[in-house]
Design a protein around this ligand. Structure first.
Ligand SMILES: [Ca+2]
Length: 608
């Protein structure tokens, strides 16, 4: 929260520097969304609105989507939720159900989208329709309602202009004219249709958008006079590279396809683009589905700020975003500063055309590639100094069909010789993109790729390669360690003993993380304000003392591990008493064996 507050204050500060008057201060309307986690409605039930769409009526947002709680691709219901802040969603109704029409009893309804028609006063839903047996009917379905929450009256399904129609979206332009965009011809072509004035039928087929482009999951947004059309490739439930193009007339010509985000669109498929018109700005949010084909009900949502700049679109990943529906301000919340980009990188092997540096050049489209199918294989980067590491985002290679997930370890070193496993991800099964949030220290970070496991082929024929590695953390050499369960207190020097201290001064609580005095793979805490003073234990009690020789180096050396109470935070294991961890006890700090929940909480610290 503290980091978010800083970020928001920075936004307000920037606005005031720019001389923008009346920028409202950050207030209670600002919410945080945690991407890829299980989202719940206000009644703590699983939020089921997959492949969906959001419209705004007055000050209320309505989110329509597929209910996949039954873990089947077949239709159960289109749900509708409402919210005023875009975080707290109230389940309102089933807008459409199996009982809405006989042909919905055993069917598929995918990607439901809703538009409001000003002239008829109706809410009009369009969706992709199939029967329950497969994907050969390739139709659209239309339903209408007098209210946003329905129930919607079903008007049947059909092929627009007799063309196959699968993934689709509808779009209401600023002049009130509405359009259907849908994949046809076995998904190879993307077609554009103008809707009738009541939005319930096809008025005309317009120009083909991408002939032979094999694009799915269309999502469209307009900024100024420029339309942006975002689509995914076609690879089933697997994620792939989203692309976009632009046009100043929706009927084309459309520009050439350009990549958006990384090779897996950060493990999402486009659902729609949400435009938030606030009191201070208008923002666009990319809303993606992170499908889980083995448990569709557990498919997740990923909302990311979509940056539109004249005629280019760009997308970056954040574990969390802040959003203010009132002001329209949307920001990604970084887990620190990007430490790795452009730093010296090396790899176990590299093609001359695809050097190690291509994996941290800031370009998702360039790749480091090894010289042979050799596993394990490593890639590493020198951050230039020992840094606190909070988050590692890796863009893995995607093959568009023969996908593999990488199993790996993230290892750190202070001296490029002694390595510590900071995070073991050898049981990973996520394709395309991983964002690991954890706590570690090190100057060198090594991605040790143990194996790539293919879905469609029992043999691993992959040549190791990486699109991009982004390592986020602290650039300053000094850090403050906040108690997990007493967050107003920090590890601090208290007249020679070490405690968690309320209102600790910076002079007593800022520590420089240095290679461990007894083992450079470990870490020692040196007080920033007095370079002679280290955190050390003696008789299991922690002190802040000058190096007195003897066992001091061993007593002052610790190994940073994932937090025992929260793996995104940190715990510190003693070098010479390896069953003991730094914990607080009545605000004093000790090294103790840890087993109970209380002890785990007491032994967990967060970097601030
Ligand atoms: Ca790259």
């Amino acid at each position: 929260m503290k980091r978010m507050l800083k970020l928001l204050l920075a936004v307000v500060f920037t606005l005031s520097v720019l001389g923008i008057e009346g920028a409202p201060p950050a207030d209670a309307a600002t919410i945080t969304l945690a991407n890829g986690t299980q989202w719940k409605d206000v009644n703590n039930a699983s939020l089921q609105a997959h492949g969906g769409h959001i419209i705004k009526v007055g000050s209320t947002y309505y989110w329509y989507g597929e209910d996949k709680i039954h873990n089947s691709a077949n239709f159960k219901a289109v749900t509708v939720y409402s919210s005023t802040d875009l975080k707290n969603w109230t389940w309102r109704s089933y807008a459409l159900t199996q009982n809405s029409d006989a042909e919905l009893q055993y069917a598929k309804i995918e990607r439901p989208k809703v538009l409001y028609n000003e002239s008829t006063g109706k809410y009009v839903m369009w969706a992709h329709y199939e029967d329950g047996n497969g994907y050969t009917l390739a139709r659209v379905a239309v339903a209408t309602s007098d209210t946003p929450t329905g129930p919607f009256t079903y008007h049947g399904s059909f092929r627009p202009n007799n063309n196959e129609s699968r993934d689709m979206t509808v779009y209401k332009d600023t002049d009130g004219q509405a359009y259907l965009i849908s994949s046809s011809n076995n998904n190879s072509n993307l077609r554009l249709y103008r809707l009738t004035s009541d939005y319930t039928g096809i008025a005309a087929e317009l120009n083909m958008i991408y002939e032979g482009g094999h694009r799915e999951a269309p999502a469209i947004v307009k900024q100024g006079n420029t339309y942006y059309l975002i689509t995914s490739g076609a690879s089933g439930w697997y994620p792939n590279q989203a692309k976009y193009s632009t046009a100043t007339n929706i009927n084309g010509p459309w520009s050439a396809l350009q990549p958006l985000g990384n090779s897996a669109t950060f493990y999402t498929q486009p659902a729609f683009i949400l435009t938030i018109q606030g009191s201070s700005t208008t923002s666009h949010v990319y809303v993606g589905d992170r499908w889980n084909p083995s448990q569709l009900s557990d498919s997740r949502y990923v909302w990311l700020p979509l940056t539109l700049d004249g005629n280019t679109a760009s997308l970056e990943y954040f574990d969390n975003i802040s959003l203010d529906a009132a002001t329209g301000v949307v920001n990604g919340i970084s887990n620190g500063t990007l430490l790795s980009q452009g730093k010296a990188a090396t790899a176990q092997s590299a093609l001359g055309s695809n050097p190690a540096s291509y994996a941290n050049d800031g370009n998702y489209q360039t790749e480091w590639v090894g010289t042979s199918v050799t596993w394990p294989h490593w890639w590493k980067v020198d951050l230039g100094a020992v840094r606190q590491i909070n988050n590692v985002q890796i863009s893995w290679w995607m093959m568009n069909g023969s996908e593999a997930y990488y199993q790996y370890r993230i290892e750190t070193s202070n001296d490029n010789v002694n390595w510590t496993v900071a995070l073991d991800r050898t049981s990973n099964t996520t394709y395309g993109f991983t964002s690991d949030t954890f706590s570690a220290t090190g100057r060198y970070v090594r991605i040790n790729m143990v194996n790539a496991k293919l879905h469609n082929n029992p043999n691993n024929w992959y040549t190791p390669r990486l699109g991009e590695v982004k390592i986020f953390g602290q650039t300053t050499d000094s850090v403050r360690w906040q108690s997990h369960n007493y967050p107003t207190r920090y590890i601090a020097n208290d007249n020679g003993t070490a405690k968690i201290v309320e209102n600790a001064t910076l002079a007593n609580s800022e520590w420089v993380m240095v290679p461990g005095l007894a083992d450079p793979a470990g870490v020692s805490f040196r007080l920033k304000s007095n370079s002679n003073i280290y955190l050390r234990h003696s008789g299991y009690v922690l002190y802040a003392q000058s190096n007195s020789g003897g066992t001091f180096a061993a007593d002052a050396t610790f190994y940073q591990v994932p937090g025992l109470a929260d793996s995104s935070k940190a715990s510190f294991r003693s070098f010479n008493y390896p069953t003991r961890y730094i914990r607080h006890y009545s605000y004093n700090l000790r090294i103790d064996p840890i087993s109970t929940t209380t002890e785990k909480n007491d032994a967990t610290f967060s970097l601030q």
